[in-house]
Write a protein that binds this ligand. Sequence first.
Ligand code: SF4
Ligand code: SF4
Length: 198
Amino acid sequence: MDIDFSNEHHIYNQEFPQHLCNMCGKCCKAITTPYTHEQLIELAKEGQEEAKVFTDIFKRYKSVADAKKAVPDHVENILKQLKKNNPKLDESTVTFYYCPYLTKENLCSIHSTRPDCCRRAPRNGWSLFPPGCGFKGWQFQQKERVKATVRKLKEYIIELELLNPDTKLPGRDKTAKEMIEFINEKIKPWEKYGASMW
Ligand code: SF4
Ligand code: SF4
Protein backbone atom coordinates (compact mmCIF):
# COMPACT_ATOMS: atom_id res chain seq x y z
CA MET A 1 0.00 0.00 0.00
CA ASP A 2 1.33 3.45 -0.85
CA ILE A 3 0.19 6.32 1.31
CA ASP A 4 1.34 9.88 0.79
CA PHE A 5 2.81 11.21 4.03
CA SER A 6 4.31 14.31 2.43
CA ASN A 7 1.52 16.48 3.78
CA GLU A 8 1.19 16.16 7.53
CA HIS A 9 -2.54 16.86 7.20
CA HIS A 10 -2.99 14.08 4.64
CA ILE A 11 -5.51 12.43 6.93
CA TYR A 12 -7.77 15.46 6.84
CA ASN A 13 -6.96 17.63 3.88
CA GLN A 14 -9.69 19.27 1.89
CA GLU A 15 -10.66 22.73 0.82
CA PHE A 16 -13.00 24.31 3.32
CA PRO A 17 -16.57 24.87 1.95
CA GLN A 18 -17.28 28.23 3.58
CA HIS A 19 -20.42 28.68 1.43
CA LEU A 20 -22.20 26.04 3.55
CA CYS A 21 -22.54 28.50 6.42
CA ASN A 22 -26.14 29.72 6.51
CA MET A 23 -25.18 32.58 8.82
CA CYS A 24 -27.49 31.63 11.65
CA GLY A 25 -24.85 33.11 13.99
CA LYS A 26 -25.44 30.51 16.69
CA CYS A 27 -21.84 29.34 16.87
CA CYS A 28 -20.67 32.91 17.61
CA LYS A 29 -23.32 33.39 20.32
CA ALA A 30 -22.45 30.48 22.61
CA ILE A 31 -18.96 29.10 22.97
CA THR A 32 -17.36 27.16 25.76
CA THR A 33 -13.89 25.80 26.40
CA PRO A 34 -12.51 22.89 28.45
CA TYR A 35 -11.12 25.45 30.95
CA THR A 36 -12.71 27.51 33.71
CA HIS A 37 -12.68 31.26 33.12
CA GLU A 38 -10.01 31.68 35.82
CA GLN A 39 -7.79 29.05 34.16
CA LEU A 40 -8.14 30.83 30.82
CA ILE A 41 -7.12 34.15 32.36
CA GLU A 42 -4.15 32.45 33.99
CA LEU A 43 -3.10 30.84 30.69
CA ALA A 44 -3.40 34.19 28.95
CA LYS A 45 -1.22 35.83 31.62
CA GLU A 46 1.37 33.08 31.11
CA GLY A 47 1.43 34.08 27.43
CA GLN A 48 -0.46 31.19 25.86
CA GLU A 49 -1.44 32.70 22.52
CA GLU A 50 -4.83 31.00 22.02
CA ALA A 51 -5.94 31.90 25.56
CA LYS A 52 -4.82 35.51 25.02
CA VAL A 53 -6.78 35.84 21.79
CA PHE A 54 -9.82 34.13 23.29
CA THR A 55 -9.98 36.29 26.42
CA ASP A 56 -9.38 39.45 24.35
CA ILE A 57 -12.28 38.75 22.02
CA PHE A 58 -15.00 36.77 23.75
CA LYS A 59 -17.24 38.04 26.51
CA ARG A 60 -18.52 35.89 29.31
CA TYR A 61 -22.22 35.24 29.96
CA LYS A 62 -23.07 35.93 33.60
CA SER A 63 -24.73 32.52 33.90
CA VAL A 64 -25.61 29.38 31.99
CA ALA A 65 -29.23 30.58 32.09
CA ASP A 66 -28.23 33.73 30.16
CA ALA A 67 -26.48 31.64 27.52
CA LYS A 68 -29.55 29.41 27.28
CA LYS A 69 -31.73 32.46 26.69
CA ALA A 70 -29.48 33.55 23.80
CA VAL A 71 -29.15 30.19 21.98
CA PRO A 72 -31.27 27.58 23.79
CA ASP A 73 -30.82 24.58 21.47
CA HIS A 74 -27.07 25.06 21.03
CA VAL A 75 -26.39 25.49 24.75
CA GLU A 76 -28.60 22.51 25.68
CA ASN A 77 -26.76 20.46 23.10
CA ILE A 78 -23.34 21.37 24.47
CA LEU A 79 -24.43 20.66 28.05
CA LYS A 80 -25.88 17.31 27.00
CA GLN A 81 -22.55 16.34 25.42
CA LEU A 82 -20.55 17.53 28.43
CA LYS A 83 -22.80 15.50 30.76
CA LYS A 84 -22.39 12.45 28.57
CA ASN A 85 -18.61 12.73 29.11
CA ASN A 86 -19.02 13.60 32.79
CA PRO A 87 -22.37 12.52 34.30
CA LYS A 88 -21.55 14.29 37.61
CA LEU A 89 -21.07 17.65 35.92
CA ASP A 90 -22.66 20.60 37.69
CA GLU A 91 -23.78 22.68 34.71
CA SER A 92 -23.59 25.93 36.68
CA THR A 93 -19.79 25.53 36.62
CA VAL A 94 -19.68 25.71 32.81
CA THR A 95 -18.76 29.10 31.38
CA PHE A 96 -20.28 30.24 28.10
CA TYR A 97 -19.03 33.14 26.02
CA TYR A 98 -20.39 35.22 23.18
CA CYS A 99 -18.67 37.27 20.57
CA PRO A 100 -19.32 41.02 20.63
CA TYR A 101 -18.18 41.32 17.01
CA LEU A 102 -21.22 39.57 15.59
CA THR A 103 -23.54 42.14 14.00
CA LYS A 104 -27.34 42.13 14.19
CA GLU A 105 -27.33 40.67 10.67
CA ASN A 106 -25.12 37.80 11.92
CA LEU A 107 -22.09 39.07 10.07
CA CYS A 108 -18.59 39.04 11.48
CA SER A 109 -17.49 42.65 11.84
CA ILE A 110 -13.81 41.64 12.10
CA HIS A 111 -13.94 39.04 9.33
CA SER A 112 -10.53 39.79 7.83
CA THR A 113 -8.81 39.65 11.23
CA ARG A 114 -11.01 37.05 12.93
CA PRO A 115 -9.06 34.65 15.15
CA ASP A 116 -7.79 31.26 14.07
CA CYS A 117 -10.41 29.40 16.10
CA CYS A 118 -13.08 31.04 13.88
CA ARG A 119 -11.15 30.42 10.65
CA ARG A 120 -10.87 26.74 11.49
CA ALA A 121 -14.50 26.25 12.61
CA PRO A 122 -15.99 23.73 12.37
CA ARG A 123 -12.55 22.22 12.74
CA ASN A 124 -13.57 18.67 12.01
CA GLY A 125 -16.49 16.30 11.74
CA TRP A 126 -16.66 15.92 15.50
CA SER A 127 -16.86 19.61 16.44
CA LEU A 128 -20.11 20.22 18.25
CA PHE A 129 -22.00 22.64 16.04
CA PRO A 130 -25.52 23.96 16.66
CA PRO A 131 -28.70 22.29 15.44
CA GLY A 132 -29.45 23.65 11.97
CA CYS A 133 -25.80 24.39 11.18
CA GLY A 134 -25.18 24.25 7.43
CA PHE A 135 -22.09 22.11 7.97
CA LYS A 136 -23.98 19.07 9.27
CA GLY A 137 -23.66 17.06 6.03
CA TRP A 138 -20.07 18.20 5.56
CA GLN A 139 -19.24 17.09 9.09
CA PHE A 140 -20.71 13.64 8.42
CA GLN A 141 -18.67 13.38 5.23
CA GLN A 142 -15.51 14.42 7.08
CA LYS A 143 -16.04 11.79 9.74
CA GLU A 144 -16.45 9.06 7.14
CA ARG A 145 -13.39 10.30 5.26
CA VAL A 146 -11.22 10.22 8.36
CA LYS A 147 -12.54 6.79 9.36
CA ALA A 148 -11.75 5.41 5.89
CA THR A 149 -8.21 6.82 6.03
CA VAL A 150 -7.58 5.42 9.49
CA ARG A 151 -8.82 2.02 8.32
CA LYS A 152 -6.38 2.17 5.37
CA LEU A 153 -3.55 3.05 7.72
CA LYS A 154 -4.44 0.10 9.92
CA GLU A 155 -4.42 -2.21 6.89
CA TYR A 156 -0.97 -0.87 6.04
CA ILE A 157 0.20 -1.65 9.58
CA ILE A 158 -1.03 -5.23 9.14
CA GLU A 159 1.02 -5.51 5.92
CA LEU A 160 4.07 -4.07 7.67
CA GLU A 161 3.73 -6.48 10.58
CA LEU A 162 4.27 -9.35 8.14
CA LEU A 163 7.78 -8.04 7.41
CA ASN A 164 10.92 -8.38 9.47
CA PRO A 165 10.81 -5.23 11.69
CA ASP A 166 14.28 -4.15 10.48
CA THR A 167 13.36 -4.31 6.77
CA LYS A 168 14.19 -1.01 5.03
CA LEU A 169 11.13 0.13 3.11
CA PRO A 170 11.79 0.97 -0.55
CA GLY A 171 11.57 4.72 -1.21
CA ARG A 172 11.27 5.53 2.50
CA ASP A 173 13.87 6.40 5.10
CA LYS A 174 12.23 4.06 7.60
CA THR A 175 12.27 0.45 8.61
CA ALA A 176 9.00 -1.48 8.90
CA LYS A 177 9.08 -1.06 12.69
CA GLU A 178 9.70 2.70 12.42
CA MET A 179 6.92 3.05 9.89
CA ILE A 180 4.47 1.28 12.20
CA GLU A 181 5.38 3.71 14.99
CA PHE A 182 5.04 6.63 12.59
CA ILE A 183 1.59 5.54 11.44
CA ASN A 184 0.41 4.93 14.99
CA GLU A 185 1.37 8.53 15.79
CA LYS A 186 -0.75 9.67 12.82
CA ILE A 187 -3.72 7.71 14.16
CA LYS A 188 -3.32 8.86 17.76
CA PRO A 189 -5.12 12.25 17.47
CA TRP A 190 -8.25 10.41 16.29
CA GLU A 191 -8.34 8.01 19.22
CA LYS A 192 -10.42 10.41 21.28
CA TYR A 193 -13.10 10.08 18.60
CA GLY A 194 -13.06 6.27 18.73
CA ALA A 195 -10.32 5.36 16.20
CA SER A 196 -9.52 2.16 18.09
CA MET A 197 -12.93 0.81 17.01
CA TRP A 198 -12.66 1.70 13.30
S1 SF4 B 1 -23.70 27.53 13.31
FE1 SF4 B 1 -23.01 26.78 11.33
S2 SF4 B 1 -24.38 27.73 9.85
FE2 SF4 B 1 -24.61 28.87 11.78
S3 SF4 B 1 -23.15 30.57 11.62
FE3 SF4 B 1 -22.08 28.91 12.64
S4 SF4 B 1 -21.03 27.78 11.00
FE4 SF4 B 1 -22.60 29.06 10.05
S1 SF4 C 1 -14.82 36.86 15.46
FE1 SF4 C 1 -16.38 36.77 13.86
S2 SF4 C 1 -16.49 34.60 13.29
FE2 SF4 C 1 -15.44 34.73 15.26
S3 SF4 C 1 -17.01 34.42 16.79
FE3 SF4 C 1 -16.80 36.65 16.44
S4 SF4 C 1 -18.29 37.17 14.91
FE4 SF4 C 1 -18.06 34.95 14.87
